[in-house]
Design a binder for this molecule. Structure first.
Ligand SMILES: Cc1ncc(COP(=O)(O)O)c(C=O)c1O
Length: 371
């Protein structure tokens, strides 16, 4: 497709309308969704409405029915974002939780190996360190781009980012072809870019609700394929993830991915998460993804033209660029109302570009950097 044809046929976001949902954007060039997305007024209202109800009606049977209704809705919304069936999605409180459930649940034997990349986030590294020290599992690292070729005879799992948090590079498509299970850390994937867990060929995908889906903190999801589901031990069992909680010690976990649900999601958080997704969905997901990825690419181009070539990246929404003084420059940006982050151990600043950002946000960033 030529650029012109793409322009004609691409869905377009009503940027002014979308930005109006997020009060923070009126004040700041908010380029930080890779940490936490902007919150929508509607999300605050939805959460407040649930709290009001709880305040006045108390929390009895009707409250738990309302909670169930909300969590069903959130599961379906996450399933839409992941491109899978709701019955394959568990509700978690964050990406880290879904990763830990998957890696811990495999109960791998000592001496087996998990293959990962050399640019992973503590949310994955923590779970890898845990199975190494608690179960004697070996952890081997290879560059993200080479992971499919690096699979060896001892590899029991490949666990890596879908979109790398440091530079915005993408996991190699060849991972869909390998014959060991693949767990993708989707913290920087879901909500940010087009996503279909079946096309990715992964067996598990852990994602965040608070980043690119603009939900409150304490929200997230875990996709697990039906085949892998049966292999994962579930140590955390209680009312929420049991099919027949009244059966006492004989109670069984749910047949579907609900068995991995986090035990206690509150109604206000879930309502806020649903509202945030609703705002983005009403702008149109394909348009939201297209705009974010192309605006990020534009920022990368503008930085490169000015001598700050970003770190090698993929078609994602993260742009990490060199800085001779990351903390100092970060502080100057904050003073000028530009919110982004430093990357530990790298001489970089990272901008997270969403469909809600506009050219003025990029100008404010560039204006401060190149003053
Ligand atoms: C790639 C990656 N993985 C995991 C995490 C941890 O996410 P959460 O706070 O949802 O557990 C992050 C957070 O920034 C991340 O970027």
């Amino acid at each position: 497709m030529t650029a012109l044809v793409r322009q004609i046929f691409s869905p377009v976001v009503d940027v002014t309308g979308l930005r109006a949902h997020f009060p923070v954007l009126a004040r700041l060039a908010y380029l930080n969704a890779g940490t936490d997305g902007p919150l929508a007024s509607a999300a605050r209202d939805a959460a407040a409405q649930e709290l009001e109800r709880e305040l006045h009606d108390g929390r009895s049977q009707a409250h738990f029915e309302r909670r169930a209704e909300l969590t069903d809705g959130l599961r379906s919304a996450y399933a839409d974002a992941l491109g899978c069936d709701p019955s394959d999605v568990a509700l978690t409180t964050c990406t880290t939780e879904g990763i830990a459930q998957t890696i811990g649940g495999l109960e791998l034997a000592p001496g087996t190996e998990i293959l990962t990349s050399d640019e992973e986030h503590p949310g994955l590294l923590g779970a890898l360190a845990a199975v190494r020290s608690l179960r004697g599992v070996e952890i081997r690292e290879a560059p993200l781009a080479d992971l499919a070729d690096a699979v060896g005879p001892k590899t029991s799992l490949v666990a890596c980012s879908h979109v790398g948090w440091m530079s915005g590079s993408l996991a190699p498509a060849e991972l869909a072809e390998i014959d060991v299970p693949v767990l993708l850390d989707g913290a920087q994937g879901v909500g940010a870019i087009d996503l279909d867990v079946h096309a990715l060929g992964c067996d598990a995908y852990a994602g965040a609700g608070q980043k690119w889906l603009c939900g409150p903190d304490g929200t997230g999801m875990l996709y697990v394929s039906p085949a892998l589901r049966e292999r994962l031990a579930v140590w955390r069992r209680g009312y929420g993830n049991l099919a027949d909680p009244q059966a006492g010690l004989d109670a069984r976990v749910h047949d579907d991915a609900r068995r991995f649900d986090t035990p206690a999601l509150n109604a206000e958080t879930v309502a806020g998460a649903l509202s945030g997704i609703g705002v983005l969905a009403s702008a149109g997901w394909p348009a939201v993804h297209e705009r974010a990825v192309s605006l990020a690419a534009r920022l990368a181009e503008l930085l490169a033209e000015r001598g700050r070539e970003p770190a090698p990246r993929g078609p994602s929404t993260l742009v990490s660029f060199p800085s001779s003084d990351p903390p100092g420059e970060h502080a100057r940006l904050v003073e000028n109302g530009v919110v982004l982050r430093t990357i530990p151990g790298r001489p970089w600043l990272r901008a997270s570009v969403g469909a809600w950002n506009d050219e003025d946000d990029l100008d404010r960033l560039l204006g401060t950097l190149f003053r």
